[in-house]
Design a binder for this molecule. Structure first.
Ligand SMILES: Nc1ncnc2c1ncn2[C@@H]1O[C@H](COP(=O)(O)OP(=O)(O)OP(=O)(O)O)[C@@H](O)[C@H]1O
Length: 314
């Protein structure tokens, strides 16, 4: 059996993750699985823990299992992605859990753990990840998506909001993104955005946002990039521009099944290196976590991260 380390964000889904972890502990005890665990104490802590696990006895193979939401997974990947001795797994216990949607991991945390315990004896799957260079020349990885503009503004407000806690308590946590989308819809100032995709330049005036996806889902189940695949070495770009405030509401409804891509004003591209700049600095996010503002450059890193997911061996 591999060395298994769990990193748990007890605050994910406004504390619900603690209950999830207690259920997982029982399963691990019943199956007599040896493991080590760490609870995160603050934002950024999962990155520090993952990195220190990866660095300890570097020749030793390890599996780091994230228990939490997409934000915690983002932090774990940023701590461990550059260490070849580490494989990563995910148990969904956050509000949105787009990673589990995109990678076919069971929604139920106990099922996800049982599934992982079966898989862990076999081969992990190498997936693509995105690497961002922001204007401070920091390197940031993402597994789901990154974005600039309206969606990054929403991500920032969601992360700071008290409403998220309220909605989570009544089991409607996924609606938090919808709430902030509607809140910003009538006030957001659209902007000129320039995108360079593999050396080819595109300009969009009155742009709402640009999303760069590694897998189809974001924002708690919206299929923003229906054709994105984390196995093809490409990133999928979605630009929404020149659409009125009223029409974007209709477009938004169709995002849940990926129908938005057929609207005029929704443009899609694929590429390996994407530079995004804007007339005014715009918020940027990676996997829903704030990462500063434009300009940003994103590149794909092809099949570099070993993960355990339903589609292992693909
Ligand atoms: N102990 C902690 N206290 C406060 N914040 C924390 C702690 N540990 C991690 N965090 C931060 O909590 C934030 C949210 O975590 P996470 O994304 O895992 O859960 P979520 O928001 O419920 O789920 P999702 O992102 O899937 O909607 C992350 O930005 C992470 O950095």
């Amino acid at each position: 059996m591999e060395n298994i380390y769990f990193i748990i964000n007890p605050q994910a889904k406004n504390g619900h993750c603690q209950k999830v972890w207690r259920r997982l502990e029982k399963v691990l005890a019943e199956q007599k699985i040896p493991y080590t665990f760490f609870l995160t104490e603050y934002r950024g802590h999962a990155t520090e823990i993952a990195q220190s696990i990866a660095m300890k006895e570097e020749e030793m193979e390890k599996v780091i299992v994230t228990v939490g939401g997409d934000g915690t997974m983002h932090e774990v990947v940023n701590g461990a992605a550059t260490y070849p001795n580490v494989k990563i797994a995910y148990i969904p216990a956050g509000s949105g859990n787009d990673f589990s949607r995109g990678f076919g991991i069971p929604k139920n945390p106990v099922s996800a753990l049982n599934h992982l315990l079966k898989q862990i004896k076999g081969e992990a799957t190498l997936i693509d990840i995105g690497k961002i260079l922001n204007h401070d020349k920091e390197e940031i990885f993402f597994v789901n998506n990154m974005g600039v503009g309206f969606d990054a503004r929403i991500a920032k407000e969601v992360n700071q909001s008290k409403i998220k806690g309220l909605l989570n308590r009544i089991a409607l946590g996924k609606l938090v993104y919808v709430y902030f989308l509607l809140k910003n819809l009538f006030t957001y100032q659209r902007s000129l955005i320039e995108i360079m995709i593999d050396g080819k330049s595109y300009t969009f005036d009155s742009a709402w946002f640009v999303t760069v996806s590694n897998q189809p889902f974001y924002g708690g189940g919206m299929k923003i990039s229906p054709d994105a695949s984390p196995y093809d070495g490409l990133l999928n770009i979605t630009v929404v521009h020149n659409i009125s405030r009223l029409k974007i509401l209709f477009v938004f409804i169709t995002v849940f099944w990926g129908g938005h891509v057929s609207f005029k004003g929704v443009e899609t591209f694929t590429g390996k290196e994407i530079k995004i700049s804007s007339f005014h600095p715009l918020h940027a996010h990676a996997d829903g976590e704030e990462i500063g503002s434009t300009p940003v450059t994103t590149i794909t890193c092809r099949r570099v991260l070993p993960i355990f997911s339903k589609v292992s061996g693909q």
